[in-house]
Design a protein around this ligand. Structure first.
Ligand code: ADP
Length: 634
């Protein structure tokens, strides 16, 4: 009540007191431990007064009326702020007011003149004080009720925050939902009481888990999984925990109900996923074998047993390596340390093997491609999954394709040679003069026969390179000499194109490399040929040789159209042509893949730097032969 604002019902009393007792000031004051609060004041606007200036605290402490005729004459009041300062009161009469039996304040009247109340006036003051006291107690009650409401509200919020449905079940077996979850779960209107077995069919207060208390068992909470039924008849799985309300005196229970549908749905989903996973594994066309951390097979799918021509029991419990991977194609033993599955587990690495061999149970080999993934959780490797595929068919197709390419190419070469020879006899006039009108046609036929020949050569080269069948005969070769040779042989072509072709040797004998000179000549011829082909007349093409550390570089630089950055990798792929063919720009699109293949196999690499519009530089980087002494090139 302290600190509460003015209320008309108290103002009315102080107004009446002032009028009836003919005083300028009347107040209802409440006294606390450290201050006085004026709940209603007639003639005075004060609200909060320090306890030291409170006159009312005397009647509150004593519990009896205090009347002082002249405050300036009385000891403790003489120096009181209300006496010595404005409004300089002289007279005080205060009746104590109690709330709940304890004095808490006063109804008091004050005057600026000394005076004395008559008996009638005193009786009047006592009457008005009784009225104020009744109002005060009314206020206290209102506060109590409001507080109770507030507590109940907070309690409800707490119960509503419980993630489970909360019920109260009374001794008659009637259940009442007490939170929103319970109302929602059962579609039960707020406050409605329904028989327990309406919500939990088949359960009554006499059945477990409610009956224990009846049998005198007071050991608290009992849990059970039961079926719930909502207002619309829908049934769902529930877990209930029932606790007897100990202070209720009679049989009452608190029931917490948890909807188990989400859990059951999750379990059903898990079972569905498991079925799906095993169906996928069973239907997979690739062999899938799971091994534990020791490499022991714990799972093999039907494709794995089919490819290996064995039963699941031939694999499970054994090592895949011991069963099917023990021997190399040449018949020598395959050490387990080198087995991909073993490496994946011990090195915790994904291992891919494009061609390998497994041995079937009947002793026949089966070519396979496999990948092994370690099963890792945290830092630990728990095993590995080996996936393999029977590539017999693919191997056979590749063999046939290779055979086809080499047969076709060889078969094409022979007739091409005679076509070219005949055409050259004709065009050179060996067979007599060629009529002028026929000359262009014969020239075109010869050019195209030559292109066809180049294409066949390129296809054969690429085929041999990819199959690892291109024989390379490395000998010590001076890159300076190589560059000079190639530039020399292409000078006529450069002259026809109007391109200034030059060579910048390194000199000093520091550019010896170990390569097949014939093949390296082919590489450089291709690069310089491209540089000439893509340069406009008057533009320079330079081949410079340099030494950088342990490497020798042959850089072919032109000022042609350049190659966009995103095409740098593509130009080394087969049949890739970035620029539109036309004019002198003819080609097979195989030159760069062949060049890269030869350089790679020679232990080097080709680097490309280019800026569209400004030109390109293809650099062949080769390891310097050991004997040569290195400089820094130049
Ligand atoms: P080809 O020259 O027979 O077309 P390549 O494999 O030698 O085949 O080259 C592939 C493509 O790379 C060329 O068609 C061309 O688009 C591009 N290219 C190669 N060299 C150069 C160069 N010096 N300048 C610009 N583009 C080039």
């Amino acid at each position: 009540m302290l600190g509460t604002p003015h209320e008309e019902r108290f103002d009315r009393i102080t107004r009446l007191a002032a009028r009836l007792l003919d005083v300028p000031f009347a107040m209802v004051n409440l006294v606390a431990d450290d201050h006085q609060w004026t709940k209603a004041g007639h003639g005075l606007a004060v609200q909060r007064t320090p306890l030291s200036d409170s006159i009312c605290r005397y009647p509150v402490q004593s519990g009896v009326r205090l009347e002082v005729n002249d405050l300036t004459e009385d000891e403790p009041f003489r120096t009181n702020a209300f006496v010595v300062e404005d409004p300089h009161v002289r007279f005080y009469a205060g009746e104590p007011l109690s709330a709940g039996g304890t004095p808490v304040g006063t109804l008091c009247v004050l005057d600026t003149e000394p005076r004395e109340l008559s008996d009638d006036q005193r009786a009047l003051l006592a009457e008005l004080a009784a009225w104020a006291e009744a109002e005060l107690n009314n206020t206290a009650l209102n506060h109590l009720v409001a507080e109770l409401h507030d507590r109940e509200h907070r309690l409800q919020r707490l119960v509503d925050a419980v993630p489970e449905g909360v019920f109260l079940v009374d001794e008659a077996g009637a259940a009442r939902a007490t939170n929103a979850v319970a109302e929602r779960l059962f579609g039960l209107p707020h406050g409605r009481r329904v028989p327990l077995d309406t919500l939990l069919p088949g359960l009554s207060p006499d059945s477990p888990p409610f009956a224990r208390r009846r049998r005198g068992d007071r050991t608290g909470v009992t849990r059970a999984e039961v079926t719930g039924r909502s207002a619309d008849g829908h049934r769902f799985p529930l877990e209930v925990s029932v606790s007897p309300l100990e202070d209720a005196g009679d049989d009452r229970w608190l029931v917490l109900a948890r909807d188990l549908s989400p859990r059951e749905d999750a379990e059903a989903e898990l079972r569905r996923q498991e079925r799906l996973t095993s169906m996928i594994l069973a239907s997979a066309g690739d062999g899938i074998v799971g091994s534990d951390h020791a490499g022991v097979v714990v799972f093999a799918n039907p494709a794995a047993t089919r490819i290996l021509g064995c039963r699941e029991s031939d694999l499970v419990g054994k090592s895949l390596h011991a069963v099917a991977h023990h021997t190399r194609p040449d018949g020598s033993p395959f050490p387990q340390d080198e087995c991909p599955t073993h490496r994946a587990i011990t090195e915790s690495q994904f291992v891919v093997v494009h061609t390998d061999l497994f041995w079937r149970r009947d002793g026949r080999p089966v070519p396979i491609e496999m990948s092994v993934a370690p099963i890792v959780s945290g830092d630990e490797v728990h095993g590995a999954v080996t996936t393999f595929r029977d590539i017999s068919q693919r191997t056979e197709v590749e063999r046939l394709k290779d055979e086809f390419i080499s047969v076709v190419s060889h078969e094409l070469r022979t007739p091409l040679t005679s076509i070219k020879g005949s055409l050259s006899l004709l065009t050179n006039g060996v067979m007599g003069p060629v009529p002028a009108a026929q000359q262009p046609l014969l020239d075109m036929a010869r050019r195209n026969a030559e292109r066809l020949g180049e294409l066949v050569d390129d296809i054969l080269d690429l085929d041999r390179l990819e199959a690892g069948r291109m024989p390379l005969r490395p000998v010590e070769t001076d890159a300076d000499e190589l560059a000079a040779q190639v530039v020399g042989s292409l000078q006529p072509a450069a002259a026809v194109a109007g391109v200034e072709l030059s060579v910048k040797p390194c000199g000093g004998g520091a550019t010896v490399v170990r390569v097949d000179p014939h093949r390296m000549n082919q590489v450089l011829t291709n690069l310089v040929g491209n540089a000439i082909k893509f340069s406009s007349p008057g533009c320079p093409v330079t081949v410079s040789v340099s030494r950088a550390g342990d490497e020798v570089c042959l850089a072919v630089r032109d000022r042609g159209p350049g190659i966009p950055e995103d095409q740098h990798a593509a130009v080394f792929e087969r049949f890739r042509q970035v620029h539109e063919p036309g004019g002198a720009r003819t080609g097979t699109g195989l030159g760069l893949p062949i060049a890269r293949g030869i350089v790679d196999r020679s232990g080097g690499r080709i680097e490309l730097t280019s800026e569209p519009g400004k030109g390109s530089t293809f650099t062949v980087v080769l390891p310097a032969a050991r004997e040569t002494t290195g400089g820094d090139g130049g």
